[in-house]
Design a protein around this ligand. Structure first.
Ligand SMILES: *Cc1c(COP(=O)(O)O)cnc(C)c1O
Length: 390
């Protein structure tokens, strides 16, 4: 294939190399040179049903033939159907649909502050956690407690504070200091290196938030929608948030995000307070309905738990054999292998050998296979990974 310098035409926000990807089918991706890849990155936890899933292709083409866009000034059927499904399958009573994860977090910040403003104009502080990731726009960025994302972009929004995940004492100390509107937490930190919140810690946050009229926001953009073996990660902790941000796999590959809300917070919002032109687009919602119907199936979720344990177990075996692997952690099919070296080197090595994985944090390789992966495909991926370790 002719060499193309992709970076010639783009603001260098990403460093891309290699041939263009042209096709996908199931767990596999194909590039313009005809090279085949096992996709354990799934477009960063988006392609939960793999590539070209027949139900998604059908929903997309059917809806495209009917109606592509109307704005939120009007009602569309897929929009209502998805909202209904999300409410029926979660703690939520109302939803707000947008285009991305970062927008879902912006909505969470705005709704929380609006809700808190009825008590006091000073109750606007937001707490989030180191190594969390919530997005790139200013609100979401201000909530993302990772120095590397902030550098050069100050000043960030006022009133954002950070604590360490699973540190009850330190978190309480900060919470006691200001009037907080919201606490935002990722139950499993994805981007930041696959760090799991402990049930006891989430319970503490829930109790503190309830006692002090603080909105508890879970960011399940990466860990939700079946990724960890339950439809939502909060189910495993039996801790119910007030708001939950979702996105990544929701639109089956199309841009779609959402904020699932309880009645209390939703009722503080009035027409005109917030909005979006594209959010809840009919095609994206039609895909969302299909994804949600498939991943909420009990047998499907049970299989995710089974496959996740299988993948983690096999990585554990590799960790015993290759001391460069320091730790293996995760929940369901959201799995990380912490390395003693820069994971980026292994991302490149694996890709050259036909396996797509992504890095997380400064030292972790992230395995995010589609939820429809098989044991055989996991075996194959890990044999490629092992050949890179040798
Ligand atoms: C990806 C991600 C976001 C941001 O979502 P975008 O769709 O990229 O804006 C926010 N939170 C978490 C946990 C994420 O993984």
């Amino acid at each position: 294939m002719k060499k193309i310098d992709y970076n010639k035409f783009f603001v260098p926000t990403f460093s891309r190399t290699g041939a263009a990807l042209v096709k996908g089918k199931g767990v596999y991706l194909y590039d313009a040179d005809g090279k085949k890849y096992l996709d354990f990155g799934t477009g960063i936890a988006v392609n939960a049903l793999g590539h070209a899933h027949p139900a998604l292709v059908k929903a997309l083409t059917d809806q495209a033939n009917k109606l592509i866009h109307t704005s939120n000034l009007y009602i569309t059927e897929p929009h209502i159907e998805l909202a209904k499904l999300l409410v029926e399958n979660s703690f939520g009573k109302k939803v707000f649909l947008c285009n991305s994860g970062t927008e879902a977090i912006e909505a969470a910040i705005k709704f929380s502050r609006k809700f808190a403003s009825r008590k006091s104009e000073k109750k606007y502080h937001i707490l989030s956690f180191f190594n969390g990731f919530h997005g790139r726009t200013y609100g979401a960025l201000s909530a993302t407690a990772q120095e590397k994302f902030h550098k050069g972009f100050g000043p960030l929004l006022e009133g954002f504070h950070y604590a360490h995940l699973n540190d009850v004492k330190g978190t309480k100390k900060i919470l006691d200091k200001h009037k907080f509107a919201a606490i935002i937490v990722e139950p499993v930190q994805g981007e930041g290196g696959i760090h799991c919140a402990e049930t006891g810690f989430l319970r503490f946050l829930r109790d503190y938030a309830t006692k002090n009229d603080i909105v508890l926001v879970f960011d399940e953009i990466q860990c939700g929608m079946g990724r960890t073996g339950t439809l939502w990660n909060y189910e495993q902790h039996k801790v119910i948030p007030d708001l939950m941000a979702i996105a990544k796999p929701l639109g089956g590959g199309l841009p779609l995000g959402g904020l699932i809300c309880n009645e209390k917070v939703a009722s503080s919002i009035e027409p005109g307070n917030h909005g979006t032109t594209f959010g809840g687009n009919p095609i994206a919602c039609a895909l969302g309905c299909e994804v949600l119907k498939i991943v909420s199936n009990k047998a499907f979720l049970k299989n995710v738990i089974h496959l996740g344990a299988y993948l983690q177990g096999k990585l554990q075996v590799l960790a015993e054999k290759y001391p460069i692997i320091k730790d293996v952690r995760g929940e369901g099919l959201l799995v990380g292998a912490e390395l003693k070296t820069d994971p980026k080197e292994y991302v490149v090595k694996c890709k050259n050998k036909g396996l797509i994985v992504i890095s997380a944090g400064s030292n972790t390789l992230r395995f995010l296979p589609p939820l429809i992966v098989t044991k055989k495909e996991i075996d194959k991926a890990l044999s490629i990974f092992e050949s890179c370790l040798k």
